[in-house]
Ligand binder design. Structure first.
Ligand code: SF4
Length: 345
């Protein structure tokens, strides 16, 4: 990799020897030189969130990035999220600190496997959760988020079968909410949410009976049935605004961020072990290396990019489309209060 600045160090390991202040200073300087914005997903390490220009879920972040004039987007998240940024901003350079930061749920379904399933169900509509690769989105009729999945599925004629990829738990939740029996779910899942279990909830609830329970729809049905609220990560941010005590069933990164923001509240992780190791592959050292070396760039075949854009835009049109935030919304967002978006993705 060719360094793009004279004081670049050869490897991310060399950057890891620098102090947090040195890394932060270097990141801020290079970001300005490159005309870059840094997008930090809700599940990123706190030190990454601290240097991010925007925080949120992947689709919201990609939309923010598409609306800026910046030439370079550095996506601190997992691979399908950086792909979504590229889909919506084809003329911008999209970089990731670590290309190996993939999403095991997205990787459950490949383009070839989906082609084979479509061939067996030629009349079915394909709904792809945004936690999927660009290729899978391009092969789908429409995308959905965990916030709008029910509405998207309800927009499809009731007698038309649906292939729902890749999250079996979200598919199950949508089937239950819509009463549809013709949803064929891919057998994929998010290991972070699928691993949340009732025993852990029982323990936290016994210690904090006053706390309401909110769980992400990527979790299993038995947990959703015990929850007071089922919503996306952005919906959880809204709930934390309104409640003094919450048990939160999602990745620790979001819970930690909310605890920092509302230190006076009782905000508890449903499981202390709910950590996405893939998200945590991005570090401050790798981010500094990425900016100094102009790597790793995420590129897409134009046919795949435009196909994925079509599925995403269909979803956005059905959800009222996307518009730039008003001044009031931008102010709320700067204070960490985001409008409802999707889940991990
Ligand atoms: S939290 Fe789950 S869905 Fe999100 S990146 Fe990690 S494995 Fe994928």
């Amino acid at each position: 990799m060719t360094p793009q600045t004279l004081d670049a160090l050869p490897t991310a390991l060399d950057y890891a020897a620098l102090s947090k202040d040195e890394l932060t200073e270097r990141i801020r300087r290079r970001k300005a030189e490159l005309d870059a914005v840094i997008l930090g997903h809700n599940y990123q390490r706190v030190e990454i969130q601290e240097v991010s220009d925007y925080l949120g879920d992947s689709l919201g972040l990609s939309q923010e990035a598409a609306a800026t004039d910046a030439a370079v987007i550095v996506f601190c998240g997992v691979h399908f999220m950086a792909e979504t940024a590229k889909v919506l901003s084809p003329d911008k350079t999209v970089l990731m600190p670590d290309l190996r930061a993939g999403c095991p749920m997205a990787d459950f379904v490949t383009g070839d496997a989906l082609r084979r399933l479509k061939a067996r169900h030629p009349d079915a509509a394909v709904v792809a959760y945004v936690n999927s690769t660009a290729e899978v989105k391009a092969l789908s009729d429409i995308c959905c988020t965990s916030s709008n999945a029910v509405r998207i599925v309800e927009s499809i004629p009731r007698d038309q079968p649906i292939l729902f990829v890749p999250d079996r738990n979200l598919a199950d939740y949508v089937a239950e909410k819509t009463g549809r029996t013709n949803i064929i779910a891919w057998d994929g899942y998010c290991y972070v949410h699928d691993d949340l279990v009732l025993d852990e909830l029982d323990r936290v609830q016994a210690a904090h009976p006053e706390a309401r329970v909110v769980v992400h729809p990527e979790a299993r049905r038995e947990l959703l049935e015990r929850a007071d609220f089922v919503t996306s990560t952005s919906g959880m941010v809204d709930l934390a605004e309104d409640h003094d005590a919450l048990i939160i069933g999602t990745e620790r990164g979001l819970v930690d961020r909310l605890r920092q923001r509302f230190p006076e509240k009782t905000l508890l992780p449903l499981s202390g072990a709910a950590i996405c190791g893939n998200m945590k592959m991005n570090t401050l050292a790798k981010l500094a290396w990425c900016l100094d070396h102009g790597a790793h760039e995420v590129t897409l075949d134009e046919g795949i990019r435009s196909g994925a854009e079509r599925s995403l835009r269909r979803m956005l049109d059905l959800s009222g489309g996307w518009r730039a935030p008003t001044a009031e919304e931008a102010e709320l967002e700067a204070a960490g209060v985001r409008p409802r978006g999707c889940g991990c993705a």
